[in-house]
Ligand binder design. Sequence first.
Ligand SMILES: Cc1cc2nc3c(=O)[nH]c(=O)nc-3n(C[C@H](O)[C@H](O)[C@H](O)COP(=O)(O)OP(=O)(O)OC[C@H]3O[C@@H](n4cnc5c(N)ncnc54)[C@H](O)[C@@H]3O)c2cc1C
Length: 277
Amino acid sequence: MKEYLKASSLDEALNLLSKDSQLKVLAGGTDLMVQKHAGSLSDVRFLDINALPSLKNINEKDWGIAIGALTTYRQILNSDLVLAEFPLLAQAARETASVAIQNRGTLGGNIVNASPAGDSLPVLLVYNALLELQTQKEKRNIAYTDFHQGYKKMDLRSGELLTQILLPKGNTWDRSYFKKVGTRKAQSISKVVMAALLKMNGETIEDVRIALGSIAAFPLRCRFLEDFLKGQQLPLLKREELDRLIEQNICPMDDIRSTKEYRLQIVKNLVWDFLKA
Ligand SMILES: Cc1cc2nc3c(=O)[nH]c(=O)nc-3n(C[C@H](O)[C@H](O)[C@H](O)COP(=O)(O)OP(=O)(O)OC[C@H]3O[C@@H](n4cnc5c(N)ncnc54)[C@H](O)[C@@H]3O)c2cc1C
């Protein structure tokens, strides 16, 4: 049996996956090749989908934009469409890894790799992204918020490919915020990553979305904070009150990259920085 197969069309890829659901989809390979080198994928057979042009485009629709799952970070950060409508995604792509990885790594790979520290993931949460998933027999769309369900656990069915990431437009925001905190500026895995959007009506917070990565088993929207902030007068916010709320609702993970105490302090600093910047 061949260890490596390469699909030349979406139909062929879906057909091969329908016959052998054990095949491991290979996109840019920037996560998979690290895992293979570490020996954790020794018996795995790969299905390379990199040659599927239909999954490599960013297309404007009347409702928003559709990003093919194989779109690379480089394409994203060079896209006028993304820059104009979803600037946080371009910023996350710019701050991901190095130029070499940006040329190869894909948005779809970042999502399905499901690292709690995936930098694009909090951005997809605040933009209310949808995912298009496809098998040979059916196509379905789900809200990205429902996709990750636990550590590396996700709503991806047997024989299914992630084909597109859909970003609905229609909201205008007064402030867009993305911050990644790591050991150093370049090439570091986030200890905390935050994406947030703010819409004001005079001095009142009309709408706000905040998402955090590298805090729990998968990136999460901070609904408790959003609910608290909506309707508040921005100039009257008190840092002590916000800090207390964050302490009561967030218990970050402790791992080799950082401690829960440090992560909690960073979250408090970032939330305040976002609101008061
Ligand atoms: C040096 C280095 C630095 C890095 N820095 C960062 C960083 O700063 N921030 C960050 O978030 N990540 C970083 N990464 C991780 C990685 O580059 C990203 O997660 C990247 O987006 C993975 O995309 P890929 O196409 O290479 O995925 P692959 O390695 O090809 O695949 C990853 C996983 O997704 C699955 N998969 C891929 N595409 C699909 C699809 N369309 N449908 C179904 N399953 C699919 C694969 O089966 C596999 O399980 C770094 C990696 C390296 C090696």
